[in-house]
Design a protein. Structure first.
Length: 178
């Protein structure tokens, strides 16, 4: 590495770079949250698909908890809640396999995008926070972005393929295997 002085960004340039880093952290944070929510939906869909194959006694315990909670409700809400009793949930939900795959792929995509965006934001923030290494920090930030977008490119291709598989499975399970 060269020992010569590097270009130092001006205060206005640092403000713009700092603002970019802040926006990237914000977007990254909510991408992570969105990814986690999508993965939770995936988990719920998988549980819903396999609920008739749950461990012995699970359905009975859930029904018991439902009845106890229902008993504490006012009478008008008890009648309304009866429509949503566990025994009224249909059991042939194999069409949800496609939904689970799609939500899982989407969740992983947004989770990783959020983590990588926040990592890139940290590299940009170093430009603002340090002195004497702006070009090195800028090139590290650009490298982090290049890596992130290269991986996102592959993930998007996989997500598109996963989405097509999910649609195919959903249509097949709902119309053909039903």
């Amino acid at each position: 590495m060269s020992t010569s002085a590097q270009y130092e960004f001006t205060e206005d340039q640092n403000k713009q770079i700092g603002s970019l880093a802040g926006s990237m952290r914000f977007v990254g944070f909510f991408s992570v949250i969105y990814g986690v929510v999508a993965l939770l939906i995936t988990l719920l869909a998988v549980l819903f698909i396999f609920r008739d194959r749950l461990p012995a006694g699970f359905r009975e315990k859930a029904t018991d908890y439902y009845q106890k909670a229902n008993a504490k409700l006012p009478e008008d809400l008890q009648k309304q809640a009866e429509e949503y009793a566990i025994d009224k949930i249909p059991t042939n939900n194999n069409f949800l396999v496609g939904v689970a795959i799609f939500c899982g792929v989407t969740g992983v995509f947004f989770l990783l995008q959020g983590v990588w965006t926040r990592s890139s934001a940290a590299s940009f923030q170093k430009i603002v926070d340090t002195r004497g290494n702006d070009i090195t920090n800028l090139m590290n930030a650009v490298g982090a972005l290049r890596t992130m977008y290269g991986l996102l490119y592959l993930l998007l291709a996989a997500a598109l393929l996963g989405g097509l598989v999910a649609i195919g499975l959903t249509v097949y399970m709902y119309f053909v295997a039903h």
